[in-house]
Design a binder for this molecule. Structure first.
Ligand code: NAD
Ligand code: TYD
Length: 362
């Protein structure tokens, strides 16, 4: 495997995957393909942007012709597909954008990869299409001890998870119908550096820093299973190289937290690291109207990945959250650039622009 496209490499998880691959595999050419929506930020990759095995291409995954040409020009062997609209609250306001990018964009990549790889003498030999998905496609669990396994029936509730579920089905259909070598993984909530501050943990760290209210949806009793982002990137590396074609792997840290409990840990950690009295900012907690269709609980059973491929999380949560809070407090400039007018500019551009979805080639 020599020439690899990582889509969504300027986003949160994608930037960690790009960094890992560029540093670990100097013999590979790593192409970071990203549209740079409001969530894409090349500042996430400053430390590796000058490496000889790294290239950035600004492209919309829905642009079939451009991607087909890239496959040919760069003789792409592998695709690690992370580009997506990823925030549930945005999907509730604007589901069409999620269907366009997550469903049509994934389908467009699949079809271009199919046409290119089928045109080669070796066809699919040595090729791989690895699709990164979420545990949210499985729906919501009760407050008990059940976990999502790879056999759990899909039951998405939000427009975000419905669009991811649909893209997962298309990826599997390309294996079952055309024999494309695909892999799908479903991961739990990630946390760590470079996460866009619309998601719970970076949003709250920044609000605590500025002593702004912390909007807790509903009663704060929803449960999420949290994994440090670098552990997800390591899992992606392991699965990309050693995972079995057509398999699904769940990725998670066996690390469930009620929102309100995690919020209290974050507040105390920020307070301590800023030299404030620990717990001084607990009164920033503000209960607000619940998210529509708010999934009660997610929890991943990742024993298959651990048993078959030997991956396991490297960080205890306490260590991961300390590292994360410290990173955001040490990187105020990164945060301020996003929360300044520039962020609004990207946001406005995204919604003002409606690129046509080109018809797929047969
Ligand atoms: P993110 O929102 O931080 O980044 C998404 C990236 O995709 C951005 O760089 C954005 O510019 C790019 N992008 C969006 N639309 C595009 C388009 N049409 N063409 C090209 N690029 C486009 O997302 P993330 O949190 O890093 O998530 C990455 C992937 O992992 C997603 O597929 C998501 O569903 C999945 N996932 C995320 C989590 C999580 O906790 N964040 C958990 C499990 C799975
Ligand atoms: P989020 O980071 O948006 O991830 P996801 O919805 O994919 O799990 O939210 C994590 C949890 O935190 C989720 O239960 C919703 C809740 N939440 C709040 O209570 N307040 C907030 O401002 C945000 C962004 C999330």
């Amino acid at each position: 495997m020599k020439n690899i496209v990582i889509t969504g490499g300027a986003g949160f998880i994608g930037s960690h995957v790009v960094r890992l691959f560029v540093n670990k595999y100097p013999e590979y050419k790593i192409i970071n393909l990203d549209k740079l929506t409001y969530a894409g930020n090349l500042a996430n990759l400053k430390d590796i942007e000058d490496k000889p095995n790294y290239k950035f291409v600004r492209m919309d995954i829905c642009d079939f012709d451009a991607f087909y040409k890239l496959m040919q020009d760069e003789q792409i062997d592998g695709i690690i597909h992370l580009a997506a609209e990823s925030h549930v609250d945005r999907s509730i306001k604007d589901p069409f954008t999620f269907a366009r990018t997550n469903v049509m964009g994934t389908l467009s990549l699949l079809q271009a990869a199919k046409l290119y790889w089928e045109s080669l003498p070796e066809k699919y030999e040595g090729k791989r299409f690895y699709h990164i998905s979420t545990d949210e496609v499985y729906g919501a669990l009760e407050f008990d001890d059940t976990l999502f396994t790879e056999e759990t029936k899909y039951n998405p509730h939000s427009p975000y998870s419905a669009s991811k579920a649909s893209s997962d089905h298309f990826v599997r259909a390309y294996h079952d119908t055309y024999g494309m070598p695909t892999i799908v993984t479903n991961c739990s909530n990630n946390y760590g550096p470079y996460q866009f501050p619309e998601k719970l943990i970076p949003l709250f760290i920044n609000n605590i820093r500025h002593r702004k209210p912390l909007p807790v949806y509903g009663k704060g009793e929803n449960v999420r299973d949290w994994l440090y982002v670098e552990d997800h990137a390591r899992a992606i590396d392991t699965i990309f190289h050693n995972g079995k074609i057509a398999e699904t792997y769940n990725i998670g840290g066996f690390n469930e937290w009620k929102n309100i409990d995690i919020i209290k840990v974050v507040i105390k950690t920020v307070d301590r690291l800023l030299g404030r009295a620990e717990g001084e900012d607990l009164d920033l907690i503000t209960y607000v109207t619940d998210r529509l269709g708010h999934d009660a609980r997610y929890a991943i059973d990742s024993r298959k990945l651990q048993a078959e491929l030997g991956w396991e999380p490297s960080l205890q949560f306490e260590e991961g959250i300390e590292k994360t809070v410290r990173w955001y407090l040490d990187n105020e400039e990164w945060m301020d650039n996003i929360t300044s007018g520039d962020y609004e500019k990207y946001y406005d551009e995204m919604y003002a622009t409606s690129l046509p979805v080109r018809p797929l080639k047969q």
